[in-house]
Design a protein around this ligand. Structure first.
Ligand SMILES: Nc1ncnc2c1ncn2[C@@H]1O[C@H](COP(=O)(O)OP(=O)(O)O)[C@@H](O)[C@H]1O
Ligand SMILES: O=C[C@H](O)COP(=O)(O)O
Length: 599
């Protein structure tokens, strides 16, 4: 892979790329500030389909917005899921009389953010909002992925295509949800790469050794499950097809295949392969499938769901026969018609027709494709109970914690490059910078802790993204709820470490409803839970920070049960600590510094 780019920094890249995409395609519109691409000819009489996730997978899924495919796509920063607020904005932009389906990749950040957006919609009284979580990868053995399930590869684009056609054909909301889930269940995909990809502006000289191939990568540059010497094209394709098709491997064989099943084949360019080589790869896949008595009934070859400029491919096989057994309201012929149905996205290959451009979109001016929206949730409620603390002291604590997180950013990045996708340091730095900007704008200046936590929740949700952004914003939302209830019952109580311990315990209870992670699972919870428990039981901040640090540093010895680190090979004694846990240790140490300095 090359690390040379025209745009050297990814921070403005996503925004600029979406503007370019929308300007070059008359069917699309964009909410620039929230990175939502949506159908300019949206039809609210059909079920709306919204997809999205981190950027860097283009053309997926912004390139699949259009009639007959997606109603909208929400983009996060590169490889980091968008916030729940962005997803809500997309839902408001493409409302539907029939319902909204959020089609998401099975990665933790997307599950948390899109899941939260669904909860928010339901609590606002919106009916028929469902998640279809797609997991089609077969590389991670069942025993290792048991808490997280299969992760998502290019199979998600088949879900989008078939559901998009189904929505146009007025298949009902519930049947579409069932169909989406069945397609995910019966798709088997595997990815391989000759090198890692490079994200502009992100540090890390991260290569696959020359002459070797990694097999079983996710969509975000994660290290592969297997690293083998390049065996040549024929043996490599055999290796990949065996992983998908072998029926006697108890750790894999995720999808059942039998003679006569009707299959769709999708060969995906991971981003950095030449079109010439993709043609040869596709030919080799077909030759080998034929020798296994498999003649796919539909075939797709090209870029669908990539990883920036990664030189690699993924192969997906969707078993339509199995899908019809789960969903008896469709036949294989119906599904084939949906595969072939017209659409008008930027990126779907020419295997289906194109809908004509409506007159009102002809000759649209470039700026008319960009929409700014008024967001109601920006107006914070200023009423309700207050709990007053020293504004100077709380602001100092927040400033110190933010600065300490910024100082550990390079280390977090290094660790996340080994156990994750390399963006944890950066998302934490974005959160810290968001807090510093909010402080400059007066965050905490009135001394009211209720308002402080309310705004802080929004700041973290807006600025961080990714799994950790979701975990921290849910935790802060929990703290806000706890502080409101405490302020209502005893507004004059002393604000002590023990008080914060009690608040933290209540916030953790709320967080535990959204994540299955507990102590020992190698996540941020290994630092957060001991911090809260010791603070509540002793009222001693130093002891709580010591327990937090011991928990964070202790993650070096743990095998990940949740999050992206689950997919990375076994621990071999020299794993770094969990980056999320160590980010919280930096926050806790920052708080302690100011607290002890003040005594
Ligand atoms: N299910 C989970 N529950 C709680 N924390 C998690 C979970 N999965 C991952 N994490 C935490 O998130 C951190 C990674 O955050 P981030 O880089 O934002 O994730 P990603 O880019 O993979 O979405 C991990 O180091 C871990 O502490
Ligand atoms: O591209 C990133 C994914 O859509 C979201 O995954 P993540 O937030 O868990 O990294």
């Amino acid at each position: 892979m090359t690390d040379r780019h025209i745009f050297p920094d990814h921070t403005t890249l996503v925004f600029r790329s979406l503007r370019g995409l929308v300007a070059s395609h008359p069917y699309l519109s964009l909410i620039p500030s929230l990175k939502v691409v949506y159908r300019a000819d949206h039809d609210s009489s059909k079920v709306s389909l919204i997809c999205g996730g981190g950027s860097g997978h283009e053309p997926g899924t912004v390139g699949h917005v259009g009639r007959g495919l997606l109603s909208a796509s929400v983009a996060g920063d590169v490889f980091a899921s968008p916030s729940a607020r962005q997803v809500r904005a997309a839902m408001n932009q493409v409302p539907s009389d029939k319902g909204i389906i959020l089609i998401i990749t099975n990665y933790t950040g997307d599950n948390l953010h899109f899941g939260l957006a669904r909860l928010m919609a339901q609590s606002a009284g919106e009916k028929n909002v469902e998640l279809v979580v797609v997991g089609d990868d077969v590389s991670v053995p069942r025993s290792r992925g048991k808490y997280v399930g299969r992760r998502c590869l290019a199979g998600i684009t088949l879900v989008c295509k078939i559901l998009g056609a189904g929505s146009e054909a007025d298949i009902g909301f519930e049947n579409l949800v069932a169909l989406g889930r069945a397609i995910s269940t019966h798709t088997a995909s595997i990815c391989c790469a000759l090198d890692h990809c490079h994200v502009p502006g992100r540090s890390g000289d991260w290569h696959i050794e020359s002459g070797r191939v990694e097999i079983g990568l996710g969509l975000h540059n994660e290290t592969g499950v297997f690293n083998i010497s390049h065996p040549g094209p024929q043996a490599l394709i055999t290796y990949l097809l065996d992983l998908i098709l072998k029926q006697d491997d108890p750790e894999r064989s995720y999808v059942k295949f039998k003679d006569g099943d009707q299959l769709v084949l999708l060969v995906n360019n991971q981003g950095g392969m030449s079109a010439l080589e993709m043609g040869a790869v596709f030919d080799e896949v077909l030759v080998q499938l034929e020798s296994r008595n498999i003649i796919p009934v539909r075939m797709l070859n090209g870029p669908f769901m990539g990883s920036m400029n990664m030189p690699g491919i993924s192969i997906s096989l969707l078993n339509l026969t199995n899908v019809t057994q789960d969903c008896n309201f469709v036949s294989v012929l119906d599904l084939l018609q949906m595969m072939d149905a017209p659409q008008n996205s930027v990126a779907w290959p020419a295997t289906s027709g194109i809908y004509p451009l409506p007159d009102y979109l002809k000759n649209r001016k470039r700026e008319d494709a960009f929409t700014e929206i008024e967001e109601q949730e920006k107006a914070f409620e200023f009423g309700g109970p207050k709990l007053l603390a020293s504004s100077d002291f709380t602001q100092k604590i927040l400033r110190q914690a933010a600065q300490d997180v910024l100082a550990v950013e390079p280390q977090l990045t290094r660790w996340d490059t080994i156990v994750g996708d390399g963006d944890c340091g950066e998302t934490c730095a974005l959160g810290a910078k968001g807090v510093l900007v909010a402080l400059e704008q007066g965050l905490g200046s009135d001394g009211d802790l209720v308002q402080l936590f309310r705004v802080l929740t929004q700041v973290i949700d807006d600025s961080m993204g990714g799994t950790l952004g979701a975990i921290f914003s849910i935790f802060l939302a929990g703290l806000t709820t706890a502080v409101i209830s405490s302020a209502s019952s005893s507004p004059d109580q002393p604000i002590t470490p023990e008080f914060f311990g009690r608040m933290t315990i209540q916030a953790l209870e709320i967080l535990k409803q959204r994540t299955a992670a507990r102590v020992g699972h190698r996540t941020v919870m290994d630092a957060l839970i001991p911090f809260g428990e010791i603070l509540a039981s002793t009222g001693d901040l130093r002891k709580a920070v010591d327990a937090c640090k011991a928990g964070g540093e202790g993650t070096v010895k743990l095998q990940a049960k949740l999050g992206r680190a689950t997919y990375v090979g076994q621990t071999n004694g020299d794993m770094p600590p969990d980056p999320g846990a160590m980010a919280f240790v930096a926050v806790a140490e920052g708080i302690l510094k100011v607290y002890t300095g003040s005594r």
